[in-house]
Design a protein around this ligand. Structure first.
Ligand SMILES: *[C@@H]1O[C@H](CO)[C@@H](O)[C@H](O)[C@H]1NC(C)=O
Length: 157
């Protein structure tokens, strides 16, 4: 089984982009790589919540065509808000926040998350089933401050 984490593609959204670029002349969310986004976070040009809202906006626009997101996490906005609060206290327990802190990530639908998201490996037989716990990697991602954005379809099917 292939295990993968996908950072959602960052694409243009005119309404949201205008909001973000209005506060920054040197940050372009369309061209941004992880390091640029991390820089924008630490220099108060972008919040995790803004990034999650941006992605949700993109999902609304493109997912009907692309069908790559199976489910968006209904708690993603709250997780992002929580991460934004934690960013204000950068040294938790003597550790600085990591590179992926505040980042929304998609998980393939065969990676168990013990939250509101279904884990089905895209099989109707597993719809509504409850996993006993987060997969080990999910536990580590949550500890690292990653926002679990949703479940993505599997390339295997
Ligand atoms: C999980 O699947 C159930 C059954 O189809 C659905 O009602 C629910 O909205 C799904 N959860 C999410 C977070 O989409």
């Amino acid at each position: 089984m292939t295990v993968g984490i996908l950072v959602p593609a960052i694409v243009l959204s005119e309404t949201f982009l205008t909001k973000i670029t209005a506060t920054s002349s040197d940050f372009n969310i369309i061209e941004a790589i992880v390091a640029n986004i991390q820089h924008a976070f630490t220099h108060d040009k972008l919040t995790s919540r803004q990034l999650v809202d941006f992605y949700l906006d993109r999902v609304k626009t493109f997912n009907p065509l692309l069908q790559s997101l199976l489910e968006a996490n209904p708690d993603a906005r709250d997780q992002a808000d929580e991460d934004d609060k934690q960013r204000e206290v950068p040294f938790r327990g003597g550790r600085s926040v990591g590179q992926v802190h505040d980042f929304p990530m998609l998980l393939k639908d065969n990676i168990a998350t013990n939250d509101k998201l279904n884990t089905t490996a895209r099989s109707y037989a597993l719809l509504g089933s409850k996993v006993p716990r987060d997969a080990g990697m999910v536990k580590r991602l949550r500890t690292a401050g990653v926002v679990i954005f949703g479940k993505a379809s599997l390339t295997e099917w």
